[in-house]
Design a binder for this molecule. Structure first.
Ligand SMILES: NC(=O)c1ccc[n+]([C@@H]2O[C@H](COP(=O)([O-])OP(=O)(O)OC[C@H]3O[C@@H](n4cnc5c(N)ncnc54)[C@H](OP(=O)(O)O)[C@@H]3O)[C@@H](O)[C@H]2O)c1
Length: 376
């Protein structure tokens, strides 16, 4: 019998986390046992927890009553297989719990990917149920595993927001204000806008005072301001807000400052996660009446469904992959990968994100099982 070690957090208090052991039943025909290898941890994963009840992130990897398993993006290796198409030793990329093992029920297996067809995952957004087989992934190579784990889910969102805004001619906006400008998803969008939409829009970052020098150093923003300086933004210019912070006071201050000049308000994230805790939700932002354009939630999985229908999945995957290659190369000037191994490292990095103590110039790659980091 296999025992999995799982990191679980109190669903009512994300500050409380612990490791528990769970005995896994023997595999059923068709099932595969994956050992969870390395994974990335960023604010995005904290948002999964903070929005666990409202968006349903707790449903992916069930835990005991009152506790949840925060999903992360990373790699797994087939350790035991009752599925002929997925042999032992095969490496896959996808959505995992912070655990040593995960049992999946592969369905729709192709040389590129498969879907976890487990009953409890049916009905959840398809992007989270799909696992890429790294041997068949055109956008993978071993030397870039860490960057892929860190950036692929975040930068895909950056790419899709850039694509969505450009498709709509930026709703007439000439400035794009990115709140929580030091977050990796914002940086991906900023780089795409700065490098490819020059002359069309100006890229304006809004961040905490401590992260101002970092944001300026990335070189992706035309201008950067602190959260206390919303009044200094040029309200004469038609503007689009893309909010990654989820801080209601800041969003309200921007809407009030710009009034009708705010042409679009795109609600993406909540790095300031406590705004979502205790039953709050990102969707609530849509219901608050504010001056200017009505805040509208951007949910990347929905846009992926649309662009997959428009372009086909291989084209979408390649376009994101090509753009990600350029972003990952450019990130070397402002981010270093920090690797951590074992329970203490995970607890420390998780706690730092919860407390808002992380350094935006670092990208965290973690391993729970005790083996050498970096070994595919
Ligand atoms: N809607 C979607 O489909 C979608 C898809 C992908 C990501 N997202 C969201 O986008 C957001 C960014 O994610 P990410 O992984 O890119 O973030 P990240 O790189 O980990 O962001 C780090 C930054 O977030 C802020 N921050 C982090 N923890 C904080 C805390 N406890 N209190 C206050 N500020 C804190 C700080 O930025 P500042 O000082 O600049 O505020 C920090 O530098 C997340 O909320 C994520 O869920 C949404």
């Amino acid at each position: 019998m296999t025992t999995s070690t799982d990191f679980v957090v109190n669903r009512n208090n994300l500050r409380e986390g612990k490791f528990v052991d769970t005995a896994l039943p023997a595999l059923k025909p068709g099932q595969v046992l994956l050992q969870v290898d390395k994974f990335a941890l960023t604010s995005n994963n904290i948002t999964y927890g903070a929005a666990g009840d409202t968006i349903g992130y707790w449903k992916f990897f069930p835990a005991m009553e009152g506790w949840g398993r925060i999903p992360v993006w990373g790699y797994g290796v087939v350790m035991e297989s009752k599925c002929d198409q997925l042999p032992v030793g095969e490496r896959v990329y996808g959505y995992f719990p912070i655990s040593t093992y995960l049992v999946v029920d592969p369905a729709k297996v192709t040389p590129m990917a498969f879907v976890d067809g487990a009953a409890h995952r049916a009905g959840l957004p398809p992007v989270y149920n799909q696992y890429q087989r790294v041997a068949g992934d055109s956008a993978y190579y071993a030397g870039r595993e860490n960057e892929i784990a860190l950036f692929r889910p975040l930068f895909s969102t950056s790419f899709l927001i850039d694509d969505f805004l450009a498709e709509n001619d930026f709703f007439g906006g000439r400035n794009v204000v990115l709140a929580s400008a030091s977050s990796k998803t914002a940086l991906g969008l900023a780089q795409l806008l700065y490098d490819h939409r020059k002359g069309q829009v100006k890229v304006v970052g809004l961040t905490s005072k401590a992260n101002m020098p970092f944001v300026e150093r990335t070189g992706y923003y035309d201008e950067a301001f602190g959260y206390d300086d919303v009044a200094k933004l040029d309200a004469r210019v038609p503007t689009v807000l893309v909010d990654f912070a989820g801080n209601r006071k800041i969003v309200a201050a921007i809407h009030t400052h710009f009034g009708d000049q705010l042409r679009y308000s795109c609600i993406v994230g909540a790095t300031h996660w406590e705004n979502l805790a205790h039953g709050g939700s990102l969707a609530e932002a849509e219901r608050v009446h504010l001056p200017g354009a009505r805040p509208t939630l951007f949910f990347a999985p929905d846009r992926i469904v649309k662009r997959t229908a428009d372009w086909g999945y291989p084209t979408l995957h390649k376009r994101i992959g090509d753009a990600l290659t350029a972003f990952a190369a450019s990130s070397k000037s402002w981010m270093r990968i920090v690797e951590g191994r074992g329970q203490n490292a995970i607890v420390k990095v998780y706690g730092d994100f919860i407390a808002g103590k992380t350094n935006p110039a670092e990208g965290h790659i973690l391993v729970l099982w005790l083996a050498t980091l970096g070994s595919p």
